[in-house]
Design a binder for this molecule. Structure first.
Ligand code: PMP
Length: 389
């Protein structure tokens, strides 16, 4: 009997990065492919101590059903991250991936249009496809999104939202300049387009100064997504959304029909770690630990590849977006690199139209300094081989 799956399932393809994760887990491969934090840094002792205190101080209501928008103490702490924001404008999610899904559920009807950056976050692209909408893409450079193209898309297609990752973008590591942000905000206002601002890497800044978020520049039209996945631990599955109250109410309605609520246990731990300043301290440790890894990858890329590749040094986050300009299709480089014992993500998967690309995404947070040196060297051997050198 034929299984009657929905079209969104039959037309979906498995995420390429998931496939690589499986591949690298099984084999002795140095992986620059995932977007994983370094597991050695998860703050186990602090988590254990707060968990213990929770058991000592809370009664069984801790494990009872509760409201969908999240634990008030945590919402209050998160609201402090934004200008003039109260806890009523915050809602907790099971990671920012759920936030993305809830925004789609709340705003998208079939055949609607949305705009994304070109390239963009792979799992968001996969999700948007499932909602059967038209996806338009505006080119991204190291200074931000191409606002001329964005204006044409806003004008001609009246998109429901523009999905933007303005700080340390995935996959490029690029950040919008303040000027670019202002222009994007102006266009969003002019054409009444929601800015869906996804900033999971924001706290991991190694150089430079913090810029104003869309959530503070244009609060009335921005839905901001944040997460504890990159600063605490992905397994907590805790993210949040910040938006005007009317939008939060609609999102909460959709969350109720999705999973009723987040588990409160880890929300309380997050709240305690924010109130005590431990999360901030822990983030500083992460920064001091990840910055040398970024530097090691930048140095190794210069050392082995010289000017045969191009990239912009990211000021934060987890990725370097490399233009392997002498290799017409980085998917072919990927195949050879795997055989040399190193993995990365070929650029084509991050483009909405999946076009052939010379680019590749390299992650530096989840490898040791030695693995970074060894992996980049192996990648260069593959690069030379594919050019027939
Ligand atoms: N958005 C972007 C841009 C990401 O890179 C990720 C994680 N890779 C997510 C959202 C999802 O994060 P979370 O663990 O909070 O669901």
């Amino acid at each position: 009997m034929q299984t009657k799956f929905a079209k969104r399932v039959t037309t979906a393809s498995r995420s390429f990065t998931r496939t690589i994760l499986d591949l690298t887990a099984q084999n002795k491969i140095i992986s620059f492919a995932g977007g994983l934090p370094d597991a050695a840094l998860f703050p186990r002792d602090a988590i254990e101590s707060h968990a213990k205190t929770l058991f000592e101080t809370q009664d069984n209501r801790l494990f009872q059903y509760s409201n969908a928008s999240g634990v008030e103490a945590l919402k209050v702490e998160i609201a402090k991250k934004y200008l003039h924001t109260t806890s009523a404008q915050i809602m907790l999610t099971n990671g920012s991936q759920q936030g993305l899904d809830l925004v789609c559920k709340t705003f998208l009807d079939e055949k609607d249009c949305i705009v994304v950056e070109d390239p963009s976050y792979l799992a968001a692209l996969g999700l948007f496809h499932m909602y059967n909408v038209t996806i338009k893409a505006a080119p991204l450079s190291s200074k931000g999104v191409d606002t001329e193209v964005l204006e044409v898309l806003f004008k001609e297609h009246s998109p429901k939202f523009f999905y933007t990752i303005p700080i340390f973008q995935n996959p490029t590591g690029y950040s919008y300049t303040l000027e670019n942000r202002h222009e994007v905000a102006r266009l969003a206002q002019k054409y009444n387009v929601i800015l869906l601002e996804d900033s999971p890497y924001e706290a991991l800044r190694y150089d430079g100064i913090q810029t104003t978020a869309f959530a503070d520049l244009l609060p009335e039209l921005t839905i901001a997504l944040g997460t504890f996945s990159k600063t605490l631990a992905p397994d907590f599955r805790i993210g949040w959304m910040k938006a005007p109250q009317e939008i939060i109410s609609a999102l909460t309605l959709c969350k109720e029909s999705t999973d009723l609520q987040n588990s409160k246990f880890f929300q309380h731990i997050c709240a305690k770690m924010m109130q005590s300043g431990e999360l901030e301290e822990h983030t500083k440790i992460l920064i001091e630990y990840y910055r040398p890894k970024r530097d090691a990858m930048v140095d190794a890329l210069h050392k082995y590849f010289g000017d045969s590749i191009e990239f912009v040094v990211p000021e934060g986050g987890m990725f370097i977006w490399v233009n392997f300009k002498k290799c017409a299709d980085s998917m072919k480089l990927f195949d050879v690199a795997i055989n040399k014992g190193v993995a990365f993500v070929p650029g084509s998967v991050f483009f909405a139209d999946k076009r052939i690309s010379t680019y590749g995404r390299l992650n530096y947070t989840n490898s040791s300094l030695e693995q970074i040196e060894e992996g980049v060297k192996a990648l260069y051997t593959a690069y030379r081989e594919i050019q027939g050198a």
